[in-house]
Design a protein around this ligand. Structure first.
Ligand code: FUC
Length: 862
């Protein structure tokens, strides 16, 4: 049976307005340009974006490249539908007018660098239309008169081609777009700035574009906006693209597009409870989803995230920005920048675990281009903040602040601490870890990690034997959560964000050094000596991971429901908080509970990834529901608000993270499966070590796993019941325990595991409390309990009671000497242990508690 197409579709057109663009229009793209299709019958609108057409942030950032309008003499149509087919990356519109079936088709080809548009009518002579492009926002100033901005533009027909040409003045970005009719059986009329086609039945049009932008270190090092780019007319290059594409037939263009696109998109499939299709238009599906989970929408949303990354990030183009490669505005939100205090990194998380590794390359190229400037910033930063650690210029590593664009980057400061660049060096570590490609390790990963280590270790000062970052800031948190314009960002010493980032980078750096045999070098030895001094996780009086060292109860400093969860960066995207640091992992769960599940789009996506890592499948799914219900528009774009694409990408990565994890020393199958995903299958998700994983599951348990090994690494596989699996391999398998085995693989080898049997877990205890040294909890009948204890910020628990038959326990420890003690109680039956319930004890007096509660009330935070 032919597989049903995965598509977004609608029975009405997108509104011709900024609202319609953002909420309803459908995005296509090829990494060089983005296009939004409105599907309007009489006056079709295709809005075009190109990511180098940028002003400074103050003058608006990314600018709208062009609007292409198609006028059709059609009114009162029936059987209207528009949509976007994910399997072929094709947007379409279809309707019937006076018994003629009309169809429009749009795709953006990466191999041929053109937007291909095809219109057909089911009867001869019935297709007539005009094409009239428009260059928006032409004016002699940009946002503020006299600010040096401004835009010129002209449209004319030359040599049977519609040419749109102009300049975005601030950086002298010269732009050109060309529209050409590749084929029609109708009559063509060329006008001054428009083309008409009359009485045909088919027409194929091509659109291509270019600017004089060239990604290079010079663009970032040069401060003079007039000198960033060479003043070189893009006309010959753009004409070259058009000429090449025009040599091909529509059929050939389509085949080449499909070959390219499917080689990426088809690598992964996902099916949840067999809900693989829906007859319901996407906007209705989204509404219906409010009442109950429609799992097809969840897998559609997942695949849409992969689709959007393929459309917005291809080798040779700029990376995907805050809005991917789509913008209709004069002044785009946050200038459509590359925001480095999590957003741009989030864009690339799915390139690793959803089998789209090559889509990360534009960011690698961007990084190479910004590096010399980032090195200058590191020199300046250390000179200003930590002069005692200043090395020779060029020897202080590299650093980057939050905002950056294709023309400028910023230094850290303001609302985000120096750890910000660590989010990028983590990407580079993952880039290697997923591929295990030594060239990547040597040329990209190692130098990036080393430079970040050089910088970060200079930002610390010694305080009582600990090495703490000074100054330090947890991204975008404000003192007591009160935003005061002009800046009241909270600056401190050694906040969790910076401490976790520095440790995470050092760990990754030392692993990279070891792989390359450089771990004996002086610098690696120096890093190794510091590694125990960063104190990355401190447990507070509420059992939370403290965001700030000076906080006792959760949220004493900063906004308690802040969208950023920067103190959990070591949980995700890092891995220093993991299942081998059980007490920290529990504290991370508590922190997520306290931070709350309501937030902006991308922030929900980060929470989802974090909940996947704490293995809380149901809580993760609840966040996915929140994202789809409250932060997703009809075109399935994520909204902050406004539209920000990082939420799409972050959630796509998180869905994969619910199904496969590999940040510890093994590949973990179905680590955070929610109850609602009772059965299903996926193919092609990727794991660290160069593995590609397919899984079928039933009744919440994996029944079949197939692993393809790309790099020939040792496979450590964790999955419930895998120890007794039937394995189709002649290799030596080492069973480590009933849920864990290890097997050497060869590059190109495939390994299958068939699992049967199901463990039944006792119910986790509930309602834990304490009086003095006594703990009390509730639980099921005829069950035993284990009790564990972690003192202050210990990574792990010590078991202090086993197989208790009653629901209470008295500890003998003298609590007076400790700041906090966390207890964990689990239920235990037939050798199987449940999840734990935790309680953290502290010394707070009633007065201290009251002050804390009043403080939160005063700040309207409870
Ligand atoms: C980060 C976030 C904001 C916004 C901006 C683009 O700074 O804190 O919420 O998403 O990026």
């Amino acid at each position: 049976m032919k597989k049903k197409e995965m598509k977004l579709f609608y029975k009405t057109n997108a509104e011709d307005s900024a609202y319609g663009w953002e909420n309803q229009s459908l995005p296509i793209g090829n990494g060089f340009m983005g296009a939004n299709v409105f599907g309007i019958v009489e006056k079709e609108r295709i809005q075009i974006t190109e990511n180098s057409l940028v002003n400074s942030y103050a003058t608006g950032g990314l600018n709208n490249f062009a609007e292409i309008y198609f006028h059709f003499p059609h009114k009162d149509v029936v059987e209207y539908e528009r949509g976007l087919i994910l399997d072929t990356a094709t947007a379409y519109v279809k309707y019937n007018h006076n018994d003629v079936e009309y169809r429009r088709e749009y795709f953006a080809s990466y191999p041929d660098r053109v937007l291909v548009i095809r219109f057909t009518a089911s009867k001869k002579g019935k297709l007539s239309f005009d094409v009239k492009p428009h260059i928006p926002f032409i004016k002699d100033y940009a946002i503020t008169p006299g600010d040096g901005g401004g835009k010129t533009g002209k449209i004319q027909v030359k040599e049977e081609t519609l040419i749109l040409k102009g300049e975005l003045c601030l950086y002298h970005v010269l732009f050109e777009g060309q529209i050409k009719i590749l084929f029609t059986d109708g009559e063509i009329h060329y006008h001054k700035d428009a083309i008409s086609v009359k009485d045909g039945s088919e027409a194929v049009l091509l659109f291509t574009l270019g600017t004089n932008y060239k990604l290079s270190p010079k663009v970032f090092l040069e401060d003079d906006p007039n000198k960033k780019l060479e003043y070189k007319d893009p006309h010959p290059t753009v004409s070259g693209y058009m000429e090449q594409a025009s040599k091909l037939s529509y059929k050939k263009l389509r085949t080449r597009h499909l070959e390219d696109y499917s080689s990426l998109f088809n690598r992964v499939s996902l099916s949840l409870n067999g809900e693989d299709t829906s007859e319901m238009p996407t906007d209705e599906l989204l509404k219906e989803y409010h009442d109950h989970s429609m799992l097809y929408l969840e897998s559609l949303y997942f695949q849409y995230g992969r689709y959007l990354l393929i459309a917005s990030s291809r080798k040779g183009g700029l990376p995907a920005n805050l809005q991917g490669i789509w913008n209709c505005h004069d002044a785009s939100p946050w200038g459509s920048g590359y925001w480095h205090n999590i957003n741009v990194q989030m864009n690339y998380w799915p390139s690793f675990n959803t089998n789209l590794i090559e889509l990360f390359e534009p960011y690698v190229e961007f990084f190479k281009a910004i590096l010399p400037k980032a090195q200058q910033y590191a020199d300046e930063y250390i000179r200003n903040h930590n002069p005692e650690n200043m090395d020779k210029p060029g020897k202080n590593g590299w650093t980057i602040g939050t905002a950056s664009y294709p023309y400028t980057i910023s230094a850290p400061g303001g609302h985000s601490g120096p750890g910000t660049g660590g989010l990028t060096s983590q990407l580079f570590w993952d880039y290697y870890d997923y591929t295990r490609d030594n060239k990547i390790l040597e040329n990209i990963t190692y130098p990036a990690l080393k430079g970040m280590a050089e910088f970060l270790t200079k930002t610390v000062k010694e305080y009582d034997g600990k090495y703490l970052t000074a100054f330090s800031a947890s991204p975008e948190q404000m003192l007591n959560g009160l935003f005061v314009r002009g800046g009241s960002y909270y600056h401190t010493v050694g906040c969790a964000f910076d401490q976790q980032m520095i440790l995470q980078n050092s760990i990754n750096f030392l692993k990279a050094a070891k792989k390359l045999g450089k771990d004996e070098e002086e610098f690696a030895q120096f890093q190794a000596k510091l590694i125990d001094k960063y104190d990355p996780v401190q447990i507070g009086w509420s059992g939370q991971i403290k965001e700030y060292r000076e906080e006792n109860f959760y949220g004493e400093v900063g906004e308690i429901h802040h969208r950023h969860i920067s103190h959990l960066i070591g949980l995700y995207p890092g891995n220093i908080i993991n299942s081998n640091t059980e007490a920290w992992l529990d504290a991370a769960k508590t922190t997520l509970d306290l931070r709350g599940d309501e937030s902006t789009g991308w922030a929900l996506a980060h929470r989802m990834n974090a909940r996947a890592r704490t293995k809380e499948g149901n809580k993760c799914h609840k966040l996915l529901r929140e994202l789809l219900i409250n932060r997703t528009m009809d075109n399935l774009w994520d909204t902050h608000p406004p539209f920000q694409i990082d939420g799409n990408f972050g959630a796509t990565a998180a869905i994969a993270e619910m199904l496969v994890q590999s940040h510890e020393k093994y590949v973990h199958i179905l680590p955070a499966l929610p109850d609602e995903w009772e059965r299903g299958s996926f193919k092609g998700l990727t794991a660290r070590g160069g593995f590609v994983i397919d899984v079928d599951w039933e009744n919440h348990k994996a029944v079949k796993i197939e692993v393809y090994s790309k790099a020939g690494e040792l496979l450590n596989l964790r999955c419930e019941g895998i120890g007794k699996a039937k394995i189709t391999t002649t290799n030596i398998v080492q069973i480590l325990d009933e849920d864990h085995l290890s097997i050497p693989t060869r590059a190109g080898g495939r390994y299958q595991f068939f699992i049967c049997g199901k463990k039944s877990y006792p119910l986790k205890p509930f309602s834990i409390s304490s009086t003095g040294n006594k703990l009390f909890w509730s639980g099921e009948k005829n069950i035993k309990y284990n009790v564990y204890r972690a003192i202050e910020s210990q990574t792990n628990y010590t078991k202090i009671a086993s197989e208790l038959e009653i629901c209470e326990f008295e500890d003998t420890i003298d609590f007076t000497g400790y700041d906090t003690i966390t207890y964990r109680v689990t239920a235990y039956k037939n050798g199987v242990e449940s999840e734990g319930i935790c309680l953290t004890k502290n010394h707070a007096t009633k007065l201290q508690k009251d002050i804390y509660i009043n403080q939160l009330r005063g700040r309207n935070q409870i």
